[in-house]
Design a protein around this ligand. Structure first.
Ligand code: KG4
Ligand code: ZN
Length: 338
């Protein structure tokens, strides 16, 4: 089954074609990052306009790359939640039009489920159940994936997402948006014990996370040094900050692995590309005797293929939308409805 998959929830327009949920036939992405860099973050209105400009050409490109024709497309899958509402709407409306024109089913896909499904593309043998850690620019979640479409959120951030913190700290350090990758590179040269950074706990919710205190601590360290005219060691600050993020994520994942007794841990989302986070999660999985699945960096960020992968399993589970499908800015990944 060939699924044409569309993703437009943030600052990447992406169209992919995926066969049977596992094989990428085309994965075309138009990144808007250069445009948003000018403003130090994503400007929603610009994001929506850019999606409109490129989405149809990307779909053509995906067909050409896959060497398929329109008649070979069996269904259209689209991210319908969560995301920047104007941006998601562009993908949803385009997907509706394509599904109608081709006379094929329209499958709504939750963006976070898509991030998790990126692992089905990277690891053909991987099947639920497993534990998933989703850490992206907008989300930090620990999810019990019982089956392809049966997910349960065990823990989530109470405030900022991990990636949001990376980007904010990186921005104040003068790194271009999105700064997570540049901050990671600096941290590789640094001493992670140089600056004291908090590891927050959420009272009576051991699997929940909080990153806003850490973000504030890192920003205060930077501002204090600047105000006093003291030299700031940027690699050391980056290493100390990154260690605190990893120390927030890894013990919770370890606790969740022990509670659920899952023997497999998958990671997903842009922050899953982080060197220190990967290293600490590898150790946590080892301590629990679990296998860690980490997708290649190309599948960690937003892409269309992950939506095609999850779309296939949503299709098998019977999910179909009509031309009244709407877009939603927020929606938990374990209570998907439209
Ligand atoms: O999953 P994603 O591409 O988009 C969202 O759905 O949010 O994640 C983007 C986030 C950004 O915050 C970016 O800075 C972060 O992932 N990121 C990293 C790294 N690479 C990307 N954060 C830390 N270390 C990295 N190597
Ligand atoms: Zn994402």
């Amino acid at each position: 089954m060939n699924i044409l998959a569309i993703e437009s929830s943030c600052d990447e327009t992406a169209v992919a074609i995926v066969r049977d949920g596992r094989e990428i036939l085309a994965d075309c992405i138009a990144s808007q990052i250069e445009m948003h860099k000018l403003y130090g973050g994503v400007v929603p209105e610009i994001a929506s306009r850019k999606h409109v400009e490129v989405i149809a050409n990307l779909a053509d490109e995906a067909l050409v790359t896959s060497r398929l024709t329109r008649q070979d497309i069996d269904a259209v899958a689209v991210t319908f939640a969560p995301g920047l509402i104007g941006a998601v709407l562009v993908g949803v409306n385009f997907a509706k039009a394509v599904a109608l024109a081709l006379g094929v089913p329209l499958i709504p896909v939750h963006h976070i489920r898509g991030h998790i499904a990126a692992n089905y593309l990277a690891f053909p043998e991987l099947q639920p159940p497993f534990l998933a850690l989703v850490v992206s620019g907008g989300h930090s979640l620990i999810v019990d994936v019982q089956d392809y479409t049966d997910l349960h959120i065990l823990g989530s951030t109470r405030d900022d997402a991990a990636g949001e913190c990376f980007d904010k700290v990186a921005r104040v350090l003068g790194m271009p948006y999105p700064g997570g990758k540049a901050l990671d590179a600096q941290a590789r040269q640094g001493n992670d014990k140089r600056y004291a950074m908090p590891r927050s706990q959420v009272h009576s919710a051991p699997l929940d996370m909080s990153f806003s205190g850490l973000k504030t601590a890192a920003l205060n360290t930077i501002h204090n040094a600047r105000q006093k005219g003291e030299a700031l060691n940027i690699p050391d600050l980056c290493a100390s900050f990154e260690a605190a993020v990893a120390d927030t994520l890894a013990p919770r994942v370890e606790l969740a692995l022990r509670q659920t007794e899952h023997t497999r841990l998958i990671i997903a989302g842009g922050v899953a590309a982080n060197t220190r986070v990967r290293a600490e999660l590898t150790k946590a999985a080892d301590r629990c005797g679990a296998t860690l699945y980490a997708p290649p960096l190309s599948l960690c960020g937003d892409n269309g293929a992950m939506i095609g992968a999850q779309g296939y399993y949503e299709y098998l589970a019977g999910s179909r939308a009509g031309s009244d499908l709407n877009a939603y800015a927020t929606m938990p990944c374990d209570r998907v409805r439209w």
